[in-house]
Design a protein around this ligand. Structure first.
Ligand code: ZN
Length: 406
């Protein structure tokens, strides 16, 4: 779950007796040990962790006891050892002991997905809707109802650790506001503040992030330390550059708005008020219009629908994606592109036209052909990324989560 590099273990130099310093080192080391248990590899024992983080076995054992007390870590049955000595006890993330709430507000749906520390889905629900040019108050009331319904399905004693909201627009701080979401026609909306008043979320942190950023983080968590340009196909098109498993956010957190790269300045007007952006050629609504479909039909059906209008809609979208992505690759030198959102189930149909443009336009294509693949994370990846962001916040400072070990 936790991606990226982990900080080194810290010891108290010269046996410092400063209580504040000891407390801060303990918190740091708790996070370090928990990160190893959450890392997704084979379940480590206390001795494995001690060997990896450079702390004594005794220190690691004390930290693990605290994490078990806090219901963040569970011990599996001991493995029979082949040599003398105590048998190793594998340590895994605790299942069903906390609720990490991922929420997504998008142009044609609202969603809530609740994960536990082990990454299992405890509850989820997605509601189709039409939020184009919508009233934020009305939509946020629907979100509140949806969150309340989904959290109402959990066992009553599972505490909510926090919520993270995936948004189809510009966010520069976890506290918000949402600066701009072109298709919703929202600007300056205090989404975190409004949702913090929902009874089921009262007293827990509510943070915001961009939808494509969160989807890319979910993809990166599955792929490990790879580098790729993630493209998220929704009604809008978002993106994120991932280097060595970490999303690069830019100066403000706004990087990756690939949907507003200009494909043809003489093209149709975009919801952002510019003309000829990638979205007006390859977003979900563009695909539906080109195929002659209503705006509520699932675009995933394009992969099997057939017929000349559908084939031409996919070719046009692939060509526009290829033109925009070629520009991005020339600028960023990234060799792998991951198609997410609605583009993942359409990858087989889109890739030929994308590839043709990449071969034509990327200067380095002869030496390092760009690889285009479908995302491996399943439906609604930003919901998974949002819930995972909550887990990451708990993992970053377990002592702040549990009064039992604070
Ligand atoms: Zn635009």
């Amino acid at each position: 779950v936790v991606t990226g590099g982990q900080p080194a273990a810290q010891r108290i130099p010269g046996g410092s007796t400063d209580p504040a310093r000891q407390q801060s080192l303990r918190r740091h080391n708790l996070a370090l040990v928990l990160a190893h248990i959450l890392s997704g590899g084979p379940a480590p024992s206390r001795a494995d962790i001690a060997g990896q983080v450079g702390l004594t076995r005794t220190t690691v054992s004390a930290l693990v006891e605290d994490l078990v007390q806090a219901r963040l870590v569970t011990e599996l049955p001991a493995l029979r050892s082949r040599t003398a000595g105590r048998p190793a006890v594998p340590l895994v993330p605790a299942a069903g002991t906390l609720a990490a709430v991922g929420i997504e507000i998008n142009v044609d749906f609202l969603g809530v997905r609740v994960l536990d520390l082990a990454g299992e889905v405890l509850a989820e629900k997605v509601l189709a809707g039409d939020h184009r040019s919508s009233d934020p108050d009305r939509v946020l009331r629907s979100v509140a109802t949806l969150v309340t319904t989904v959290l109402g399905r959990l066992d009553g004693d599972i505490p909510v650790a926090g919520a993270c909201v995936a948004l189809p627009g510009l966010v520069d701080s976890p506290a918000g506001p949402l600066r701009l979401a072109p298709h919703l026609h929202w600007s300056g909306v205090d989404v975190a503040g409004r949702l913090a008043t929902v009874r089921a979320l009262r007293g827990v942190p509510v943070r915001l992030a961009n939808e494509a950023t969160l989807a890319a983080q979910a993809e990166a968590a599955r792929r490990g330390p790879e580098s790729f340009l993630y493209v998220s196909g929704e009604v809008g098109i978002g993106g994120a550059l991932v280097r060595d498993g970490r999303v690069r956010l830019g100066d403000h957190g706004w990087a990756g708005e690939i949907g507003h790269l200009t494909v043809d300045p003489r093209g149709p007007e975009c919801d952002c008020r510019a003309t000829g952006c990638l979205e007006v050629f390859a977003g979900q609504d563009a695909l539906r219009r080109a195929a002659g479909w209503e705006l509520d039909r699932p675009v995933a059906e394009l992969s099997t629908a057939g017929g000349p209008a559908v084939v031409e809609a996919l070719r046009q979208a692939g060509e526009a994606l290829g033109i925009a992505l070629a520009g991005a690759v020339n600028l960023l030198d990234v060799q792998q592109i991951v198609l997410g959102g609605c583009f993942a189930p359409l990858a087989a149909e889109l890739v030929p036209a994308i590839d043709a443009e990449l071969r034509r336009r990327v200067l380095s294509a002869a030496w390092a052909p760009v690889q285009v693949q479908a995302a491996v994370v399943g439906d609604y990846p930003a919901l998974t990324g949002a819930a995972t962001a909550v887990i990451d916040a708990v993992a970053a400072d377990p002592a702040s989560w549990s009064a039992r070990i604070a």
